[in-house]
Design a protein around this ligand. Structure first.
Ligand SMILES: NC(=O)c1ccc[n+]([C@@H]2O[C@H](COP(=O)([O-])OP(=O)(O)OC[C@H]3O[C@@H](n4cnc5c(N)ncnc54)[C@H](O)[C@@H]3O)[C@@H](O)[C@H]2O)c1
Ligand SMILES: [Mg+2]
Ligand SMILES: [Zn+2]
Length: 276
């Protein structure tokens, strides 16, 4: 089956297509969603910082208008990317997630990190360019490990102070320079709960555009230690029986997928599919 959404670097000099508008308050939306006829959207009095051609949805070109500030468009409001993930259709979330990553990266690379001069968008390539330095900057992706640690019928779940009240999730953390995925996973589990793990198994990955993570999901078995929570990062961590789980993360997250897969395997149920 042809995917409904594919990314592409489109020429912004071409007219027509759809556009999404993004401001520091999120994406513009109305009753029909977050995609607007591009020419119409550009006639609204919006403070456009940059325009990017980002891909095709059902064969139609899609552009991003990255704004300096949220403007007033009659009948429309502004909504954050997380809300689109929780409520909206998955394809729209993919479009907006990609738009958010491109918009953030391009906005943060308007000036060369080497010489400080203005950079320009490279035609037909997703890159910002500094001519004096001959330096290209590409979109930044931050690999993060996420792992469900298990001990028989028990799973290790933790709470960050940033989580919604009551929710427990798998452990996660960003890779540091010099680390393999496994090194990072072992370090993060040690740092966050002082637990040792073994039999690390890769399960799948997920783009997590908040703001630019690439989640690599693993299962690992408990190998030793007692839970000691990392100060400031981990508010609470516990072993939960698969029959008595606490409130869990959103169903589209890879965190939830890792938990659901393990529970399904333990109980002999059909395994869930990882949302793309
Ligand atoms: N999709 C999911 O199911 C899911 C679940 C949990 C976490 N996550 C994501 O995983 C990522 C990592 O998780 P975490 O917040 O526990 O990370 P973490 O344990 O490494 O700690 C977060 C801290 O790392 C530092 N940091 C921020 N950005 C960084 C970067 N790019 N590289 C290195 N260090 C950085 C900051 O000091 C931040 O407070 C986050 O983006 C989080 O949103 C996704
Ligand atoms: Mg963490
Ligand atoms: Zn430069």
């Amino acid at each position: 089956m042809t995917p409904r959404w594919t990314t592409a670097v489109l020429d912004t000099d071409q007219p027509g297509g759809w556009a999404v508008a993004r401001s520091p308050e999120g994406f513009l939306f109305d009753d029909n969603g977050a995609l607007f006829p591009r020419e119409w959207l550009k006639r609204q009095d919006l403070p456009i910082l940059a325009e990017h051609g980002i891909g095709h949805l059902d064969g139609e070109p899609v552009y991003l208008l990255e704004l300096r500030a949220p403007g007033d468009v009659p009948g429309c409001g502004w909504k954050g990317l997380r809300a689109f993930m929780l409520e909206g259709d998955h394809t729209l979330f993919k479009v907006l997630g990609y738009a958010a990553q491109i918009g953030t990266w391009a906005r943060e690379h308007r000036f060369c990190g080497n010489c400080g001069q203005a950079m320009t968008q490279v035609p037909r390539e997703r890159a910002m360019y500094c001519q004096p330095c001959d330096l290209r900057s590409y979109p930044r992706i931050s690999p993060s490990m996420i792992v469900l640690v298990t001990r028989g019928d028990e799973v290790l779940l933790a709470r960050s102070p940033r989580f919604v009240a009551g929710v427990y999730s798998t452990l996660a953390g960003f890779a540091e320079p010099g680390e393999s995925a496994e090194d990072c996973l072992i370090r993060e589990v040690r740092e966050e709960v002082q637990i040792e793990v073994k039999n690390i198994q890769y399960l799948g990955s997920q783009c997590w555009p908040f703001p630019h993570s690439m989640m690599l999901g693993f299962h690992a078995e408990y190998a030793g230690g007692e839970i000691v929570c990392q100060e400031d990062e981990i508010e609470d961590a516990q072993w939960f029986n698969v029959h008595e789980l606490p409130p869990l993360p959103a169903s589209r997250s890879i965190a939830r997928y890792l938990i659901d897969v393990y529970v399904a395997r333990r109980l002999g149920h059909a395994e869930p599919v990882l949302p793309g």
